[in-house]
Design a protein around this ligand. Structure first.
Ligand SMILES: [Zn+2]
Length: 141
């Protein structure tokens, strides 16, 4: 899920991964294991008003979701490790969205402007037949 934010976002609770996110473009890799699966989870992320349950809720509340890629049978940790091998991608807040994960530094990554996440998913995860829902490209006319 690609999220763009024009404002700085501070994670308020000391129980959450601490820190703040500067305005920019981010990719959050999540799973949808609960009732309703991916569809319900994405719909929840897209709702502007929701209870702040996950770290990413703080970001989606103030930022704008500009793209979603669905990877049926995929694994969010695989996405993170694949992306971290790409140039200029970093984890801004260690532990963000990955409290239960022993493998990843974070499930939230910064995405540089030039990086095309749709292309990444279609090539890196082609065997999973990713469904990439169009990313609206800011700044392009
Ligand atoms: Zn992980």
């Amino acid at each position: 899920m690609v999220i763009e934010s024009e404002v700085e976002i501070t994670l308020p609770s000391p129980r959450l991964a601490a820190g703040s996110l500067v305005p920019g473009r981010y990719l959050y890799a999540g799973s949808a294991k609960g009732a309703g699966g991916m569809r319900a989870r994405v719909q929840r992320h897209l709702r502007p008003k929701k209870s702040l349950h996950w770290h990413v809720d703080y970001l989606t509340r103030k930022g704008r979701i500009t793209g979603v890629a669905l990877l049926p049978g995929g694994d969010e940790c695989q996405i993170v490790s694949g992306l971290l091998r790409q140039a200029d991608i970093a984890a801004p807040i260690p532990g963000f969205g990955s409290s239960d994960c022993r493998q990843c530094v974070s499930h939230l990554l910064t995405l540089p402007r030039h990086f095309d996440p749709g292309y990444f998913f279609m090539t890196y995860f082609s065997e999973l037949r990713p469904l990439v829902l169009a990313e609206e490209r800011g700044g392009q006319n």
